[in-house]
Design a protein around this ligand. Structure first.
Ligand SMILES: [Zn+2]
Length: 200
């Protein structure tokens, strides 16, 4: 049975590579090594079978139950995927929806033998708060109709549900811009990040 959690502001920022306090606390709390990734809004997925250097990726997949996978976010969607055989942590923003990073993560899990995959999306900016310019709104809703709703606002979660229609997804329904308990780049321009973490 997979175990997962999402941190909030209270846990401290997991973005800071100088101050490692929150990272150390996380590893201590989980009693596992926590694998992070260098996220660039790509669609690269790294399969991790032992704790190592930080890969350039926006999705991590493992079948090793001794490793916890972390995705760092402020307003993007932290998507955690689980199955009996493998788990994944995926960073899904606007670019990630377009480049299908989540679809790639599911494929990698299946390559590791995963079946009956399900997912949960933690705190992220909601469709009522995520405003983009009119051109971007037009371009993205054309490709991903489900993201449309409020004028010039994108609902990325709805887009992800549409994209991953084969598997059950749930949403914690916490908006980082509205809820002050979470770091939000949009709300305050801050650099702090919370994480979603998962392990088998
Ligand atoms: Zn909101």
């Amino acid at each position: 049975m997979a175990r997962l959690l999402f941190t909030s502001r209270k846990f401290g920022s997991l973005a800071d590579s100088v101050d490692q306090t929150a990272r150390l606390n996380l590893a201590k709390f989980l009693n596992k090594q926590v694998q992070f990734m260098a996220q660039t809004h790509s669609n690269e997925i790294a399969v991790v079978d032992q704790q190592g250097t930080t890969p350039n990726a926006d999705g991590l997949v493992t079948a090793n139950k001794d490793i916890a996978l972390a995705v760092r976010v402020a307003d993007c969607l932290p998507l955690l995927l689980f199955s009996k055989q493998a788990v994944a942590a995926v960073h899904v923003g606007r670019k990630g929806l377009l480049n299908k990073v989540a679809v790639n993560a599911v494929k990698k899990m299946q390559e590791l033998g995963a079946s009956n995959i399900a997912g949960v999306v933690g705190p992220h900016i909601c469709g009522k708060c995520y405003e983009v310019d009119a051109q971007m709104y037009a371009d993205i809703t054309k490709l991903h109709p489900a993201t449309g709703g409020k004028q010039n606002h994108l609902n990325l979660y709805a887009g992800l549900v549409e994209q991953l229609s084969d598997l059950p997804l749930s949403n914690l329904d916490i908006c980082t811009k509205e809820d002050l308990a979470y770091f939000s780049h949009r709300a305050s321009g801050e650099a702090g990040r919370q994480v979603g973490v998962i392990s088998l």
